[in-house]
Design a protein around this ligand. Structure first.
Ligand SMILES: Nc1ncnc2c1ncn2[C@@H]1O[C@H](COP(=O)(O)OP(=O)(O)OP(=O)(O)O)[C@@H](O)[C@H]1O
Length: 824
């Protein structure tokens, strides 16, 4: 029997090999055609109308792109096949396949027999034969949809679905699903044979590497519904861990490009929570043939010229992420005008008389200017105008003219006179300085300044040992600006965190700082062109006129800080994507939603997430910010319900934590079982030795990767404990594990992980990460807050095969090593 089965398998593999050979023969022909076209087009003489030349260039470009795709040797170029009953009508679509989804009446005869009318091969791109019969259908084409959607309950025309595994040009195996087991169908005079144990299980059982693979050969029906959903307004997708949300989001980007390349080319943004998840997933789109058309960016890399490279303590993160910061920054952008050495008197000579504005008058003018709504840097012309108004008034010159025309002329002369005075220009530069987002952010490192801006009475704020406000901050006394936005402890903790930056705002940024910079970018607007440029050409312009060269460097340009500032100002980044995909959407803070929202004002959206994995404590506030970012667009919701990552044995353990974190929430259903229960171990002796020993054990048990997940503040030391174990082991802080997966995971101290996250958002514990550790020792009742348990839920759902839980004393393990939090 087995031999018979094997020979059927070999025969089927041989058959698919013949087809693949034909596909490659055809691909080679296409490559030659494309090469010929390129050659021919570029040889043509440089003559003709501009239109004809542009058309020729476009032809070379198109042929080049095509050639690139063809030349790439895809693994699994061809991965699927469906054998179909005759369709209800005989219409063919543009890909050459019949369009009918339902079988023709009588396609299955009363005795259950039927004929296969059409066989379609599905692959990474469509390939037509010389006579336009499809050799391969692009996986995104409508004709390929039944490959993904057909189920035994609703098989449509599909009798057999086959997944083909190949490498390069060689077919390695086939796995079949029979979708109409009741039908005995024949093809080429032979009965349809069925080989393999089901494609999905074969794929899911494979060891994981450090990069995510595409799932193009095994997309499941509920996932396919999301991938092919029309890109109208907002598509929201929720699903538990391992349900394929990330995979689906990336395949959707490829699908949208295929559907409407003109609309989406270069205009799809995929936002991921961490750089780790970006590097884990960045191979997927190229493997789908979509390289360079989609920007996949981490939240900390969304703003040009700013890159998150450090972490905030949990309490600081909570404050920086909260919507209150938008108001704090609004005030800060204005207050920053006073941050440097600001002149408090303006003296000019007008019509041979000295005119002066004193400190009180200048304050009054500034208040008037700031009554506008424009970004602060763009208010400079308004500031200039209001100063001139005040000077004109003060000079009393207006009273001398009764004729309005004469008065207007005199006023014009007055304005011209003063505007060209060097003193006036220098005053304006100092009184309304050009502000940069980084500079304003850095001004908040001054605890007193931040406290004043945030409405905290200065005397109650702990200003700490940091930078003093500079300028005249002392003289401004303890008057606060408006109602209280931050608590004293919050203001001092945020200020302390910003002392990582120098006075220009350069230095290590956290992911939350990046969202603040983006907010400031909008509040400040681009700096206006300097006044002088209106009359004199700049040195660059002079040089360009003289030499035709574009660049001139001055000493100031060569100063690295000034150069960075310039780069920051000049970078015109893209903020108008056609489609925005947000992964792990449950974790965006309100400030991050504002940042992401700005990049998709006119976009359609796909938002995927899982509330049960949110590490943000104030879910209501984040939901409001999300609603604001997405606007009033209609929403379409999808749910993914099957867990493809975790075996049932691991999912069952994680579900216990889900029940504590989100009572009543239904977990996704694990699709496979390995028979391997999670292992529990308790630390006896040194934690470092125990972690290393368990990691070594996991390494011996699986072929692929091992993820060691520790409470956030233990990350650096844990890396040292595990040094030298090779690159199959990855050490992660609990908040970094989001979205990732490993063949085996070692979760160190569940209570520590749950407690870290709990303290993380407790402002009173904001200043000391180690407090967070202690907070984890409270056992079940103590660690029962939502955010912490949700972070633990994430940690427990990363394994594809094996899970070990290592408990310390604070986890209160029982005799079997099961920590209190995970007991039944
Ligand atoms: N249809 C499928 N065929 C094969 N593998 C799949 C399929 N769907 C999902 N997977 C695999 O399951 C794993 C989990 O997928 P993914 O990371 O996209 O899930 P997720 O919902 O984003 O999870 P989480 O919320 O935990 O981050 C991945 O290894 C993915 O390749």
């Amino acid at each position: 029997m087995a031999a018979q089965h094997d020979s059927a398998r070999e025969r089927e593999i041989r058959e698919e090999q013949q087809h693949l050979d034909e596909v490659y023969r055809r691909l080679e022909e296409k490559i030659h055609e494309a090469e010929f076209l390129m050659d021919d087009a570029s040889k043509r003489a440089q003559v003709g109308t501009p239109g004809a030349l542009a058309e020729r260039d476009a032809q070379v470009f198109r042929a080049g792109v095509h050639l690139n795709r063809l030349n790439r040797e895809f693994e699994d170029f061809l991965f699927g096949r469906i054998d179909l009953l005759p369709g209800a009508d005989a219409e063919r679509g543009p890909d050459g396949a019949y369009t009918s989804i339902e079988p023709a009446e009588g396609a299955v005869r009363p005795d259950g027999s039927a004929d296969i009318a059409e066989t379609l091969h599905v692959g990474r791109m469509g390939v037509l034969d010389a006579d336009y019969t499809p050799l391969v259908i692009d996986w995104r084409a409508p004709a390929a949809a039944p490959f993904y959607r057909a189920t035994p309950v609703a098989p449509g025309r599909v009798v057999r679905r086959r997944v083909i595994r190949s490498k390069g040009r060689q077919v390695l195996g086939v796995e079949d699903d029979l979708l109409r087991p009741e039908v005995s169908a024949g093809i080429g005079g032979r009965e349809l044979s069925v080989v393999g144990d089901g494609a999905l299980m074969a794929v899911l059982g494979r060891a994981r590497g450090h990069a995510m693979r595409d799932i193009v050969s095994s997309i499941q029906a509920e996932q396919d519904m999301v991938i092919r959903a029309p890109a109208a307004s907002v598509t929201e997708v929720e699903g538990g861990p391992g349900t394929g949300k990330t995979a689906v989001a990336l395949h959707r980007a490829a699908y949208l490009l295929y559907q409407d390349r003109r609309r989406y080319a270069g205009g799809i943004l995929v936002v991921s929570p961490t750089p780790l998840l970006v590097s884990y997933t960045e191979g997927v789109l190229p493997s789908l043939g979509e390289e360079g058309q989609v920007a996949v960016r981490a939240l900390g890399s969304l703003v040009e010229g700013a890159e998150a490279e450090t972490y905030d303590t949990p309490g600081v993160a909570r404050v920086k992420g909260s919507a209150r910061m938008a108001k704090v920054l609004h005030r800060a952008a204005r207050a920053a005008l006073d941050a440097g050495e600001v002149p408090d008197v303006l003296r000019v000579v007008a019509f041979r008389n000295r005119v002066e504005l004193d400190a009180a008058e200048l304050r009054h003018v500034r208040r008037q200017v700031l009554g506008g709504t424009a970004p602060v840097n763009l208010m400079r012309p308004r500031a200039r105008k209001f100063l001139l108004d005040a000077l004109w008034e003060k000079s009393g010159a207006g009273g001398r003219y009764t004729d309005p025309e004469l008065a207007a002329e005199a006023r014009e002369a007055f304005d011209e006179d003063i505007s060209s005075e060097d003193e006036f220009i220098a005053f304006l530069d100092a009184w309304w300085p050009e502000l940069t987002p980084r500079g304003v952010l850095a001004s908040l490192a001054d605890g007193e300044n931040l406290a004043r801006i945030a409405g905290v009475p200065v005397r109650s704020a702990r200003s700490g040992p940091g930078r003093s406000g500079g300028g005249r901050s002392g003289a401004r006394g303890s008057r606060s600006r408006g109602h209280r936005l931050l608590e004293p402890g919050e203001a001092s903790a945020v200020a302390a965190s910003l002392r990582r930056l120098d006075a220009h705002g350069h230095g290590p940024l956290s992911v939350h700082d990046v969202a603040l910079l983006d907010e400031l970018r909008v509040l400040l607007g681009p700096p206006p062109k300097p006044l002088r440029r209106e009359t004199e050409p700049s040195p660059e312009e002079v040089l360009q006129q003289l030499t035709g060269l574009d660049e001139l460097t001055t000493a100031a340009d060569r100063d690295p800080t000034a150069r960075r500032d310039r780069a920051e100002r000049q970078t015109e980044e893209r903020t108008d994507y056609a489609h925005v995909i947000v992964d792990e959407a449950q974790d965006l803070t309100p400030m991050q939603w504002r940042m992401v929202g700005r990049r998709g004002r006119h976009a359609t959206w796909t938002v995927v997430g899982d509330p049960a994995q949110s590490s943000w404590p104030d879910t209501r506030e984040a939901a409001e910010a999300r609603t604001e970012a997405l606007g009033a667009r209609p929403r379409r919701r999808f749910e993914l319900t099957v867990n493809y990552r975790n075996p049932a044995e691991i999912a069952e353990l994680a579900d216990r934590v889900l029940a504590l974190a989100m009572p009543g929430m239904a977990p996704p259903k694990a699709v496979r079982s390995t028979g391997l229960r999670p292992r529990f171990a308790a630390v006896r002796g040194e934690l470092s030795a125990a972690v290393r020993e368990e990691a070594e054990r996991a390494l011996a048990e699986v072929d692929g990767t091992v993820g060691v997940i520790v409470p956030m503040h233990r990350r650096d030391e844990a890396r040292e404990w595990l040094a030298g174990l090779g690159d199959r082991v990855v050490t992660l802080g609990s908040l970094e594990a989001k979205g990732l997966e490993y063949d085996a995971t070692l979760v160190v101290s569940p209570a520590g992980i749950a407690g870290t996250a709990r303290a993380e958002y407790d402002p009173d514990e904001a200043n000391d990460e180690n407090d967070a550790d202690e907070a984890g020792g409270g056992g079940r009742a103590g660690a029962g807050t939502g955010a912490g348990l949700r972070v633990l839920y994430v940690a427990l759902t990363r394994a594809t095969q094996r899970l070990t839980v290592l408990s310390g004393e604070q986890d209160l393990p029982d005799a079997d090593g099961v920590p209190e939090l995970l007991r039944d």
